[in-house]
Design a protein around this ligand. Structure first.
Ligand code: FMN
Length: 325
């Protein structure tokens, strides 16, 4: 049996293989963010083909953190029924169902003045005029994350993933490029990551024995931005505070290299993984079964995220299994 198709237990959850569908915005929700039949079919069609786990796309935790028009919402209790149907559809296939919780920060640019840690926007989007969050507003955002996690639990998800990558709010806090605060949420590496740590700690209490993942923007890919040693330190702290799986990605304004290079975050993920006692997921340009298997068997990374390849070929896991056996 190839490494890619061995099962792995994390807490009480058995992933039947190492293939994860990473969060990918499908833009299939209603304008108010409800799950639609199209959302359910989209996930079910992929989960039934033999994925180990699905991380449902970024769901906004509050209107102020919404990224786009047809984004999924987890901001209201009225969303729970739809989310519950979605979780059941994924779980009915024997696939572990996680949902990503997100606040887009300054990227919530449908707002006339979105929030950000310091009123500084992410590189490449300098035109965004954002508002520096007050301590009170930061505290409200924490509460929004926690309530969103509670809704995910009520909906029956096996776990939640905190979105700390791709230039969204928590990545904006973690990065020295976008966080110039001088209070307890800015300055040192520890202060910049404090909001993520507090949210992770509180959500651990909410999810209890279910799974807690953190998607870490491990490298900003800009001079003076977050680097691998920072990411190792943040990841170790997150694990200490109760995160079960670190999901590695990067790029403060999105990934800046060639998206066709296979496994473009594998080197970073490997380094982080070697320093952790908990599993890691790595996504980024992985398309061939042999390479995905090599990431697990040789690079010793527990899970591979297969995104765009599964978007275009839902049967990727089944054909990978045939190819590898
Ligand atoms: C259409 C699309 C939507 C995405 N939406 C999200 C998202 O909601 N949350 C997130 O963390 N990453 C998102 N991503 C990034 C993917 O999770 C993944 O990291 C990236 O596509 C690289 O993996 P791949 O090369 O296998 O596609 C998205 C990517 C694509 C292509």
């Amino acid at each position: 049996m190839s490494g890619l198709f061995t099962s792995k237990k994390v807490r009480n959850y058995r992933f039947k293989n190492r293939i994860i569908m990473p969060p990918m915005a499908s833009e299939k929700a209603t304008p108010t963010g409800e799950v639609t039949d199209k959302t359910i079919n989209y996930y079910y069609e992929r989960a039934k083909e033999g994925l180990g786990g699905v991380i449902v796309e970024h769901a906004f935790i509050s209107e102020a953190g919404r990224f786009s028009k047809r984004q999924l919402s987890i901001a209201e209790d009225s969303m729970i029924d739809g989310l519950s149907s979605l979780a059941s559809a994924i779980k009915s296939t024997g696939t572990v169902a996680i949902i990503q919780l997100s606040h887009a920060g300054c990227e919530a640019y449908h707002r006339c003045k979105p929030f950000s840690p310091s009123g500084i926007s992410i590189p490449g989007k300098e035109e965004i005029n954002s508002k520096k969050l007050s301590i009170g507003e930061i505290s409200e955002i924490k509460t929004d994350f926690i309530k969103a996690a509670e809704r995910a639990m009520k909906a029956g998800f096996d776990g939640v993933e905190i979105h700390g990558a791709h230039g969204y709010l928590l990545n904006q806090f973690n990065s020295p490029l976008t966080n110039h605060r001088q209070d307890k949420y800015g300055g040192s590496r520890e202060n910049r990551a404090r909001l993520s740590f507090e949210i992770a700690q509180d959500i651990r209490e909410v999810v209890q024995d279910k799974l807690l993942l953190y998607r870490l923007g491990a490298v900003d890919q800009f001079e003076k931005g977050l680097t691998t040693p920072d990411a190792i330190w943040i990841a170790k702290e997150l694990v200490r505070l109760g995160v079960d799986i670190i999901d590695i990605s990067g790029g403060l304004g999105g990934y800046r290299g060639s998206k066709n290079t296979e496994g473009y975050f594998v080197t970073v993920a490997k380094e982080i993984n070697q320093n952790l006692t908990k599993p890691v997921i790595v996504a980024g340009g992985i398309t061939s079964p042999e390479y995905a298997n090599k990431v697990v068997e040789e690079e010793k990374i527990d899970f591979v995220g297969i995104g765009r390849a599964i978007l275009s070929r839902p049967d990727w896991p089944l054909s990978a299994k045939k190819e590898l056996t």
